[in-house]
Design a protein around this ligand. Structure first.
Ligand SMILES: [Zn+2]
Length: 241
C-alpha cells in the first residue's frame, strides 16, 4: 500500500478533494490522497466531512499520521468500503484560523530570537516555549513587532532542500532537538519574506497580511530557562488598550 498523497504540502488552500479509500480500521479511514492535515508539529489534525459514494455524510473528527505514510481520518459512523470513492471537505473556518496562527507563531519565533523548546496551537490561541533565562521580554513590544510584520504583508512560501543541506545549516532548525521528518531525503522549509526560513510541515497563509490582528496574552515563567509566550486574537480580547 502506498503512502497517502499530502495535497496540503503544495496546496494549503485546497479545501475539498475526491479520494479512494485504501484502508479502514475501527472508526478510521485511510485514503490514497487527502487535503486533510494530520496532527503534527504542534498543529492539530483537520476536521470536516467525508461523503461516501452512496451519499452518506460522515463527520471527520480528527486526522492523524499512521504507519507507511498513511493518513487516517477518524470518523463517527460506519466506515466506507476499501476501494470506494469519497469526497473530503475540510472545516475551513477552523483550518484557516490554524494556518493564520501557525504563521503567526513563526513570526513570534523571529520576534523572540531564542531557541524554541516546544509549541502548540488551537484555532483560538498559540504558544511557544523559549529557552531564555532572566531576559525581560516585553509583551507590548512583541505584539507591536508581530503586527508590524502583518502590516508589511510579507509573502509566505514553501521550498524543499536536501537533508544534507539542512545538516550543513543547523541554524535553520529553531526547535531544539526537532529535526523535521523526511522520508524522501528532502526537507520542507517555510519562508516568510526575507525574515525567516525554517523547516516545517504545517499549513500556512500565503502572506502575513492574511493573519488577523493578534497580541501577546501572557509571558509565563516556567522554570529558570523557559518562558512560555501565548498569542491570542485581538477580537477575542477587545483589542490592545
Ligand atoms: Zn511551523
Amino acid at each position: 500500500m502506498s503512502a497517502t498523497v499530502r495535497q496540503f504540502d503544495h496546496a494549503p488552500f485546497q479545501r475539498t478533494a475526491t479520494a479512494r479509500v485504501c484502508a479502514v480500521s475501527e472508526g478510521a479511514v485511510a485514503v490514497d490522497s487527502t487535503v486533510f492535515y494530520p496532527c503534527g508539529g504542534g498543529q492539530p489534525g483537520d476536521t470536516g466531512t467525508m461523503q461516501t459514494d452512496s451519499g452518506r455524510m460522515l463527520n471527520v473528527t480528527d486526522t492523524v499520521k499512521g504507519e507507511h505514510g498513511l493518513i487516517w481520518h477518524r470518523i463517527d459512523g460506519p466506515c466506507p468500503r476499501v476501494g470506494e470513492e469519497v469526497t473530503l471537505d475540510i472545516d475551513w473556518e477552523r483550518r484557516y484560523r490554524l494556518m493564520q496562527m501557525h504563521t503567526a507563531l513563526h513570526l513570534l519565533s523571529v520576534a523572540v530570537p531564542y531557541p524554541v523548546t516546544g509549541g502548540q496551537m488551537t484555532p483560538d490561541k498559540g504558544r511557544l516555549d523559549f529557552d531564555v533565562a532572566g531576559e525581560a521580554l516585553d509583551k507590548a513590544a512583541i505584539t507591536a513587532q508581530i503586527n508590524a510584520w502583518r502590516a508589511d504583508d510579507l509573502p509566505v512560501s514553501t521550498e524543499w532542500i536536501d537533508r544534507a543541506e539542512l545538516e550543513a545549516n543547523p541554524q535553520l532548525v529553531k526547535t531544539v532537538g526537532a529535526m523535521p521528518p523526511s522520508d524522501s531525503g528532502t526537507v520542507r522549509l517555510v519562508r516568510i519574506g526575507e525574515i525567516d526560513r525554517q523547516p516545517c510541515g504545517g499549513t500556512h497563509v500565503a502572506s502575513t497580511g492574511e493573519i488577523a490582528p493578534l497580541e501577546v496574552k501572557s509571558i509565563k515563567n516556567r522554570g529558570a530557562h523557559n518562558r512560555r509566550i501565548t498569542l491570542v486574537w485581538q477580537e477575542a480580547t477587545g483589542g490592545v488598550s
